[in-house]
Design a protein around this ligand. Structure first.
Ligand SMILES: Nc1ncnc2c1ncn2[C@@H]1O[C@H](COP(=O)(O)OP(=O)(O)OP(=O)(O)O)[C@@H](O)[C@H]1O
Length: 411
């Protein structure tokens, strides 16, 4: 909406009433094609600091927030529409209805998009991209995304796909053993495990800035994949040219604009190691079949591909692992060890309480402060961790679950 207004001669300014999160909006022009017969007052998800203060010629206000900010506009004759809020997220309960009105009533398109078509299209693209005797590496983390991506690419090129799982020293308690044994028992794809923990941890020594950590981790991952390509070249006589990653659309959105691009229209939330953290001189060419999908869509695609539930239901775990869950230097003291144990106890308690599938993601964070406590009869002055658990549909918006309701979480 802001781009539309700015481009067509209206004005957008830093807002006096910045609106974030749940907000009620009042539909002031109920005859608008955007809302049809839908409720005059609806709850929506806002996330804006700037606001529209003057409309371009021919536009009218269709909805306002209860605070008075312009929330929806239209130009009836030209059929231009703009929304200030996010109709696409589940926190805007009637948002899908509004999008339906726009797509079907205003644009006149048909609802014929199917997940199976995405699969067919991606398999076709990969087959045409990768020559008949070329080999491909897949970076497999044990998470939903890379497992679905690997299965999809395996469908397209079969045994010319070579999966690699990297132990970067930042994994959770017994993660390497657990992931490798589930790959063997449930996935039936050959996976090579490379232990690069020493290198990752020595590169991260003394680094406190999370962006810097992500860039180092992105660079080190690629170095391991290059080394793996070299190993394969010696074994099969041909160097793999492509790297499959389970990159999702939110990774791309949050990493934009690409670092160093000089573009300023959107903020970099964080440089995902697999997008904004990639080195500039990377040789491997990327295959990212899930790049335009959200997590809930990837789970649907995974079930079409018969990926086992044990993978599809896993909580997301970031590639940079515990490095981004330790605030500060990840190599200092016993931060990683403490965090591993806390995470294990927390996740186990969530499982014991039967809440694992209901919660979208749960994790512990190691804070760079110490506090006073009592253990036995003695004073302690020790680490503090934060526990967080959220529910979400697609990872774009979330609600916080209160973890201390867990009865069995005893340390
Ligand atoms: N330990 C790892 N070994 C090999 N590749 C990895 C590893 N961690 C991450 N990757 C690669 O980086 C990509 C992005 O990682 P990210 O953590 O965002 O997602 P994910 O691990 O695939 O899935 P999820 O978010 O569901 O845990 C992965 O899809 C995978 O291709």
């Amino acid at each position: 909406m802001q781009l539309l207004v700015q481009t067509l001669g209206g004005a957008v300014e830093p807002g006096v009433r910045q609106e974030y999160g749940d907000m009620e909006v009042e539909v002031t022009a109920p005859s608008s094609a955007l809302y049809g017969e839908d409720g005059k007052r609806q709850s929506v998800w806002m996330s804006h600091g700037d606001e529209v203060v003057r409309l371009p010629e021919g536009f009218e206000v269709v909805a306002r927030s209860v605070q008075g900010a312009i929330a929806a506009i239209e130009h009836r004759e030209k059929r231009f529409y703009g929304l200030q809020y996010h109709p696409e997220v589940t926190h805007s309960p009637q948002g899908m209805e509004t999008l339906r009105h726009f797509l079907f009533d205003v644009c006149g398109i048909k609802a014929d998009w199917k997940m199976q078509d995405v699969l067919d299209e991606e398999i076709k693209t990969i087959k045409s991209m990768v020559g008949p005797d070329e080999h491909v590496i897949c970076a497999l983390s044990g998470g939903v995304d890379s497992t679905v991506a690997a299965t999809l690419v395996h469908n397209a090129i079969g045994d010319r796909l070579h999966c690699v799982f990297v132990d970067n020293g930042l994994l959770r308690y017994k993660e390497q053993e657990r992931v490798m044994s589930t790959f063997n028992s449930d996935l039936h794809l050959p996976v090579t495990c490379i232990d690069a923990s020493e290198k990752f941890l020595s590169e991260l020594k003394g680094v406190k800035d999370p962006e810097m950590k992500r860039k180092i981790i992105g660079r080190e991952f690629i170095a391991v994949f290059d080394e793996f390509a070299h190993m394969l070249e010696k074994k099969i006589g041909k160097r793999p040219e492509y790297l499959v990653q389970g990159t999702l659309y939110p990774d791309v959105i949050e990493s934009c604009p690409p670092p160093g691009s000089g573009r300023t229209h959107s903020h970099t939330i964080k440089s995902h190691h697999n997008v904004g953290g990639l080195p500039k001189d990377m040789k491997l060419k990327l295959i990212e079949p899930l790049k335009l999908l959200f997590k809930d869509e990837v789970r649907k695609l995974g079930s079409i591909l018969n990926v086992p539930e044990s993978f599809l239901k896993r909580h997301p775990f970031p590639g940079p692992g515990l490095a981004v869950r330790v605030i500060g230097d990840v190599t200092a003291g016993n931060a990683l060890e403490v965090l591993r144990q806390v995470d294990e106890i927390f996740i186990q308690a969530i499982k014991d309480a039967g809440l694992y599938d209901e919660i979208w993601q749960a994790f512990a964070v190691f804070l760079p402060v110490q506090t006073v406590g009592v253990q036995g009869d003695q004073r302690t002055h020790s680490h503090v961790v934060a526990l967080r658990a959220i529910t979400s549909e697609d990872g774009m918006t979330a609600n916080c679950r209160v973890p201390f309701l867990l009865k069995s979480c005893q340390v």
